[in-house]
Design a protein around this ligand. Structure first.
Ligand code: ZN
Length: 199
């Protein structure tokens, strides 16, 4: 009897430990991904600062997707990852990448919303799931992002593409869209947009 009890206790302790290890591994993964992302995109950000919290269960405050959220309040920012006990590492790592991309763009003072073209583009590159559909305008920016990237000209590096397509200055984007698509071509692009309701 006693042995059985001890076995049960040992089992629950082992399970608890495994859950802590999981969060520990996630924290390491988040730091490594953030460092890789900064190196490849917006070099120069301080990678020592990564405000991220891991919750073992759900938190209904999440307003972005249920696996995580990004809160930006003035200069205070925090990434939340939920349900660490109940979701597998693949899902949790995707949530980590998704929220860190929000954070990266925000720290670089770029557009960083779930419906922004630059956000969708980075989620595509880093397989970070973007679930909220873009409007027509942001979809054009998204297309422009990959058009620039695929042009593979030396002076158009990934960091530069991110800085321009993510810019909060609408004039800059509009000028780029006009240069790269021209009026007529731009109209064609609009027509073929998925979900676009252009005539
Ligand atoms: Zn999001």
């Amino acid at each position: 009897m006693e042995t059985n009890n001890n076995e049960l206790i040992n089992k629950s302790i082992r399970e608890e430990l495994a859950k802590y290890h999981k969060i520990d591994n996630l924290r390491k993964y988040a730091q490594e991904f953030f460092e890789q992302l900064v190196k490849e995109t917006i070099d120069g950000l301080n990678t020592n600062i990564l405000p991220i919290r891991f919750y073992r269960s759900s938190n209904t405050m999440g307003n972005c997707q249920q696996n995580g959220s990004y809160e930006s309040k003035g200069k205070q920012n925090v990434i939340n990852i939920y349900n660490c006990d109940f979701r597998d590492m693949i899902e949790l790592e995707e949530a980590v990448r998704h929220e860190i991309i929000h954070y990266l763009l925000d720290m670089a003072d770029l557009k960083h919303g779930d419906k922004d073209g630059v956000f969708h583009a980075l989620c595509k590159i880093y397989n970070a799931g973007s679930y909220l559909p873009m409007g027509e305008y942001e979809n054009n920016i998204y297309n422009l992002f990959f058009k620039l990237l695929e042009s593979k000209k030396d002076y158009i590096s990934l960091p530069r593409i991110i800085m321009t397509t993510g810019s909060k200055k609408k004039e800059l984007i509009d000028e780029l869209l006009t240069i790269h698509y021209g009026i007529a071509e731009h109209a064609i692009v609009l027509k073929t947009d998925v979900g676009g309701n252009q005539m």
